[in-house]
Ligand binder design. Structure first.
Ligand code: PEP
Ligand code: MN
Length: 254
């Protein structure tokens, strides 16, 4: 499946437009950060609780599930309606947060830290599992290497290893791995061929206006093209691209 949306929730109009595009493209899950971990303290930090409310409202109108980052346990109250709680790469080894999420027994998307080995990533997942939460999805989003032409380096070995060593779903985020929109399609096709269970991708209705990660965002037509081109690759490896039927999505919409 494909999970898509902007890096960050910015305005009601922006996330509503994104939700429409994501739903019409055949994706089931809308992404959008309300609590943003930014490298610089002077960068846009996300709309916080208001951003979360806008995300859930936009998703509900389109019958979409949601994935959004939990930066701190204090955010959890505002993130009550989230379908999937993202633990970001920078928080992969925030063990206090992992222990808290283990006790919550809600679905968690655990991103791999940019400097984490596969073993460290899986041990972080183990904090959730050992604490009683078996609803864990792993996400490879690129690691830091000597290469500077891409934001990070997508590690498909880690995807194949995580699939071999665990029973957990493993998805790939090509956006933060590449940092460049023109690499999203080839990396997504490669990830699907390598056995990834999903693609988490940044799409902004107007990337040039984005307050966060606009330079790596797909445009709406890029997302539609990605979904269309993923299907045959997924089928070539004996699987099917899961898309919610538009009828089911409309029935879920409120
Ligand atoms: C994000 O998904 O917008 C994000 C901040 O990702 P990561 O934690 O992988 O950098
Ligand atoms: Mn981002």
């Amino acid at each position: 499946m494909v999970l898509a949306g902007p890096c960050a929730v910015e305005t009601a109009d922006q996330i509503d437009e994104a939700a429409r595009i994501v739903a019409e493209a055949g994706c089931a899950v809308l992404r959008g950060g309300a609590f943003k971990p930014r490298t610089s303290p002077y960068a846009f930090q996300g709309l916080g609780e208001e951003g979360a409310r806008l995300l859930f409202a936009a998703a509900e109108r389109r019958g979409l599930a949601t994935v959004t980052e939990v930066l701190d346990a204090a955010d959890l109250a505002a993130l009550g309606p989230a379908s999937l709680l993202q633990v970001g790469a920078r928080n992969m080894q925030n063990f206090a947060l992992l222990q808290r999420l283990a006790g919550l027994r809600r679905p968690v998307l655990l991103k791999r830290g940019p400097g984490a080995t596969v073993a460290e990533w899986l041990l972080a997942a183990e904090y959730l599992l050992a604490g009683g939460n078996d609803q864990v999805v792993l996400c490879e989003r690129g690691i830091r290497t000597f290469e500077t032409s891409t934001r990070n380096t997508l590690d498909l070995s880690a995807v194949a290893l995580a699939k071999a060593w665990t029973h957990l779903p493993v998805i790939v985020d090509p956006s933060h791995a590449a940092g460049r929109p023109e690499l999203i399609l080839p990396l997504s096709l490669a990830a699907a061929a390598a056995g990834a269970d999903g693609i988490l991708v940044e799409m902004h209705p107007h990337p040039e206006d984005a307050l966060c990660d606009g330079a790596q965002a797909l445009r709406p037509e890029g997302l539609r093209d990605l979904v269309a081109r993923l299907g045959p690759v997924v089928e070539a490896v004996g699987r099917t691209l899961w898309k919610p039927s538009q009828a089911a999505r409309k029935a879920a919409a409120r």
